[in-house]
Every structure is written in structure tokens, then in C-alpha cells.
Design a binder for this molecule. Sequence first.
Ligand SMILES: C[S@@+](CC[C@H](N)C(=O)[O-])C[C@H]1O[C@@H](n2cnc3c(N)ncnc32)[C@H](O)[C@@H]1O
Length: 243
Amino acid sequence: MRFEIVTLFPELFDVLRAGLLGKAQDARAIDIQAITPREFTHDRHRTVDDAPYGGGSGMVLMPGPIAQALDHLDEARGGKPTLRVLLTPQGARFSQAHARRFSELGSLTLVCGRYEGFDERIRGLADEEVSLGDFVLLGGEAAALAVIEATARLLPGVLGNDESAADESHSDGLLEYPQYTRPEEFRGQKVPEILRSGNHAAIARWRRKESLRRTRDRRPDLLETAELTNEDRELLEEIREGR
Ligand SMILES: C[S@@+](CC[C@H](N)C(=O)[O-])C[C@H]1O[C@@H](n2cnc3c(N)ncnc32)[C@H](O)[C@@H]1O
């Protein structure tokens, strides 16, 4: 899958050379191209922003250089389709469902803002707008990195073990159950007996129950939309009764 980024700071994406995403690039499972709209300016100062019409503080990104950067990426892709996503605190909140949908695409183009944000006409160049959450960053790069990482790790061959993404938090609408590794006892806290029992059916039931408990305790809103089986409902009843 190809990830294209339009950003004033392409070097911020060098961090994607580290770890599994670096390996995925070496193995050509993913390709990351970050370009700056400054390349598409024609003045000595390579200006990409200007003061807002109507007055006010800060500078606004001009539409021309970003539009030309997007045209350039389209050409370089040879006309193959992409989904253009604007990173903005005004967008839909990014979720695992976005990551899943994006991971089915051949190409994703992320447009990062800076300063006071985008000239309104830049919005018309994008297919969707995505926000990392209800807070304001200095620029869209940290949000783009999060989108790339959450999406790329769902691609075949990117995680060491393809099953690692299968039953973790948000994969089925619930939070993940508690995990333990060695030592068996740490500062007086023991690994639950059942995880050492070797009884796979009992372990699976315990994990599902703890996943439901954790979701109920920390994110009860998720339980409203998660697909629950009859057994899940029975487990929730047990939790409610303190069993
Ligand atoms: C300082 S912000 C501009 C915010 C803009 N004035 C507004 O109120 O919507 C600069 C850039 O950071 C990025 N950004 C800031 N917060 C973000 C968030 N929560 N999610 C995604 N991108 C964000 C956007 O690309 C934005 O254009």
C-alpha cells in the first residue's frame, strides 16, 4: 500500500524508518512518499501561507501549492486512484473502523495543515476529513503518523504475527483482556491461576469475560455498539452479579 503525505515537514516522517514499518518499507509491503507544497511555489521565499482575509491572527495555508502537490502525486501514481484525507480537528474522529477501511485501499493521501490551518477551498480537494481527537495540535503530522501506523499494521505481512491484530482492543468493538508474561509473581501480584491451567476453553472464556468487564468499566459506550452474543450477555450478567 502507498502512503502519500503533503506536509511542510517531510522529515518528520523519517521516524517511520524505525521498527516494523521500516521493515515493511524494505519488504515493499508499504511505500511512504512525503512531499512539501513548498516545492510547488514560485517565489524566492517559497511562500505557502498568507494572512487571513477579514483580518485576525496567524497565517492560513494557500490552496495553490497544496493543489499542485496533489496533482503531482496523482501524476506520479500514474492515474491510479487514492483517497485524499485532510487532517483537521474539525474532521470525523479517527477510529479503528477508519484504519480498517483505509487498509483496503491501494493508496492513501494525507494532507497536513500548519499555522492557522487550511484555506477553506483546500477542503474541496479532499475526499474526507479526519481528526485525531478533540484537541489542537501544531500541525497534522502527528495525526498523519497515527493514521499511517494504525492502518499499516493491519496490512498482511506488516506485523510479525498476522494474528496479533485479531483480538486486541477495538478489533471487535471491545477492549482487550488483561495480558501477563513472566515472572509468575511480581511484587506480590500473581498471574491468574487460570492462565497457567493449560485449559484453552476456560482461558478463552476468562479472556472474553475480562474483555467485557474492562469495556464495561472503562468504556461502557462501546458496549452499546459492540456485537454481543448470548454468551457475552450471560458473562455480563455474571459480572453484574459479582460472580
Ligand atoms: C493549529 S491547527 C489549526 C486549527 C484550526 N485553526 C481550527 O481551529 O480548526 C494546525 C493544523 O494542525 C492539524 N491539527 C491540529 N489538531 C488536529 C487534530 N486534532 N487532528 C488532526 N489534525 C490536527 C491540522 O492539520 C491543522 O490544520
